[in-house]
Design a protein around this ligand. Structure first.
Ligand SMILES: NC(=O)c1ccc[n+]([C@@H]2O[C@H](COP(=O)([O-])OP(=O)(O)OC[C@H]3O[C@@H](n4cnc5c(N)ncnc54)[C@H](O)[C@@H]3O)[C@@H](O)[C@H]2O)c1
Length: 554
């Protein structure tokens, strides 16, 4: 009885968007057709290509130019993306220019939007938690950025948990201010979190849902108006997610969504001058944007992520498994993937390397535990392996071959999980260091070995690296941990027996350190740092003291 009454109340109160939301659930439960979705993940194919549109000033639009995306597993042209060209940017420039520097909301303007966004997060989190919806997104991710079902579902799960973290009042708590008493009666200073206003979010291909959604919501929560650009190869996922967010009550003109090549996006940024651009992707593009946008950027760029196995050997099977996951899950296409393993000589005396080899050999294309590499060709990866193998003392531990019997198109890469041993002394030589520490965004790692007295050389190798994203120190020797952590800078560092380089759940900060432009993703601290700036308002309302007189000039 009580339930029926509550349902009636809810129904009466429901706005148009709420009704969409309710219908999303009922349809999801009854017939597996999702009201927000315009595609069915499994049916997208060469004969039934999907289309991806742009969203600007609240309207879904097309373009004169369609970019055809090839199915990474069979090369069929399966998605058509309406890519905006350089002459079609005006409506995006106009849209951003409508948002003032003080944003869509701030603590002094439209504070009800904090609550509205908390509500949108509640509904979207709930929706993503429905098995039909999470399955839809996991499968769609798999189609465009092939990875195992568990990895794709993990991405949806992290996204859902993130949204849960910002339900109810949690969005307004992000904008919590503080006050300090002043020098005299009536004076108090307040620190506020202030939006930037018009902003841009640029996201890469490897996490088609998690990276763009977490950054986009962070931008919105703090009061900004974002234009979002996701790599065209995978933009279909965020297009569908935006439709879901609209069903959950997000106003249609809060976010613009543009599909284009990098050059066109660069032009949009230079013309529209967003007050802040969050870029996630390669260091090459990151540096270019930092220049072009006069430093108004936050960056999540390349990762050449290291793991050190300390002198205390423990849990060899577990450690081998974590190494396998860190280096080869998602075919090594995580920015946090293990790129180099520094192994204390004590581990060499165990079966660690054999176990890693066995685990790597279990990976297969059938279940996408190894699969297409979207930005490095087979030839480029094998060529890199060849160059490393020319270094004196280096040897192939496993892999180093192309995958066989597949129909992955040649524009993508397909190699067996690969590990190459290179001696530490050789890595440190100037003529080799750059080559050995080059990020290969595929299932590829370098392994090396050190003795107790060589720890300074290991630390020197870390010091010379230019990217400081994730790291792992596998040891429960607290003095060893102190030494390594105290002499390195990586922004997300795991320490202890179970340390890993990948994982990046929503509950801890993920991002590089050691660079003032470095961004973060996931936590309240990351959102506040990336998407808001500090503003101080000093109230000084009086009274002026009685018998006050004009003092002498100073
Ligand atoms: N630090 C992190 O959190 C993180 C996360 C994921 C990936 N990455 C890094 O991303 C890289 C892999 O991604 P990628 O190869 O797709 O990167 P990329 O730099 O080629 O592309 C990233 C995005 O930028 C766009 N782009 C390209 N040129 C541009 C320009 N001139 N102006 C504006 N936008 C432009 C692309 O279209 C894409 O959407 C790896 O180096 C990886 O380590 C980092």
């Amino acid at each position: 009885m009580y339930r029926i009454a509550v349902y009636r109340q809810l129904k009466n109160k429901a706005s148009c968007n709420d009704l969409n939301w309710i219908s999303l659930f009922s349809s999801a439960r009854s017939n597996h057709t999702l009201s927000f979705a315009t595609v069915k993940a499994e049916e997208v194919s060469g004969s039934q290509p999907a289309e991806v549109h742009n969203l600007v000033q609240g309207k879904w639009t097309s373009s004169s130019n369609w970019n055809t995306i090839l199915d990474p597993l069979n090369g069929q042209p399966f998605i058509k993306v309406a890519e905006v060209n350089e002459s079609e940017l005006q409506s995006f420039v106009e849209s951003l220019s409508k948002c003032p520097k003080h944003g869509l909301h701030n603590p002094f303007k439209a504070p009800e939007r904090y609550l509205m966004l908390g509500d949108v997060s509640t509904k979207a989190a709930h929706a993503l938690g429905l098995p039909e919806v999470s399955d839809f997104f996991a499968k769609l991710i798999q189609r465009v950025s092939p990875k195992s079902y568990q990895q794709a579902l993990g991405e949806v799960f992290v996204t859902q948990k993130f949204l849960e973290n910002f339900c109810g009042d949690q969005v307004r708590f992000l904008a919590r201010s503080f006050a300090v008493p002043g020098n005299h009666l009536g004076q108090q200073s307040y620190g506020f979190r202030w939006p930037y206003g018009p902003v841009a979010v640029i996201a890469p291909f490897n996490f088609p849902l998690e990276i763009p959604l977490l950054q986009l919501m962070g931008a919105l929560y703090m009061g900004n108006k974002p234009v979002l650009k996701v790599d065209s190869k995978v933009c279909i996922v965020m297009e569908q997610m935006l439709r879901l967010l609209h069903d959950c009550g997000l106003p249609v003109d809060d976010v613009d969504f543009i599909n284009s090549d990098g050059k066109t996006m660069n032009k949009l940024l230079v013309e529209a001058k967003p007050r802040m651009t969050l870029f996630t992707g390669s260091s090459r593009v990151a540096e270019k944007l930092a220049d072009d946008l006069s430093g108004r950027v936050k960056l999540e760029d390349a990762g050449f992520d290291w793991k050190i196995l300390g002198p205390d050997v423990n849990e060899v099977d577990y450690t081998a498994w974590v190494c396998d996951q860190d280096a080869y899950a998602c075919s090594g296409q995580k920015c946090s993937a293990q790129s180099i393993l520094f192994m204390h000589e004590n581990w060499r005396k165990t079966a660690l390397l054999d176990k890693m080899k066995e685990l790597a050999a279990r990976r297969k294309l059938d279940d996408l535990t190894v699969g297409p590499v979207l930005t490095v060709t087979t030839e480029a990866m094998l060529d890199h392996a060849k160059k490393l193998l020319q270094i004196p003392g280096s040897k192939l531990l496993f892999g180093g071959e192309a995958l066989q019997n597949h129909s992955i198109p040649e524009i993508y890469g397909a190699i067996k999980p690969t590990a190459i041993f290179v001696p530490l002394e050789e890595i440190l030589k100037d003529e080799h260091y750059h080559l050995v520490t080059k990020e290969i965004f595929g299932p590829f790692q370098v392994v090396t070995e050190y003795k107790d007295n060589q720890l300074p050389l290991v630390l020197n190798a870390l010091e010379k690296m230019h990217a400081h994203l994730t790291a792992a120190v596998v040891s429960n020797d607290i003095l060893f941990l102190q030494k390594v952590i105290g002499n390195s800078v990586n922004g997300t560092t795991y320490a202890g027996l179970r340390a890993r380089t990948t994982g990046a759940p929503q509950n801890h900060w993920f991002g590089p350190a050691g660079d003032p432009r470095g961004a973060g993703i996931g936590t309240p601290e990351a959102i506040k740092l990336v998407w808001s700036c500090h503003r101080e308002v000093i109230y000084d309302v009086g009274p002026v003291p009685q018998q006050w007189e004009v003092p002498a000039s100073t």
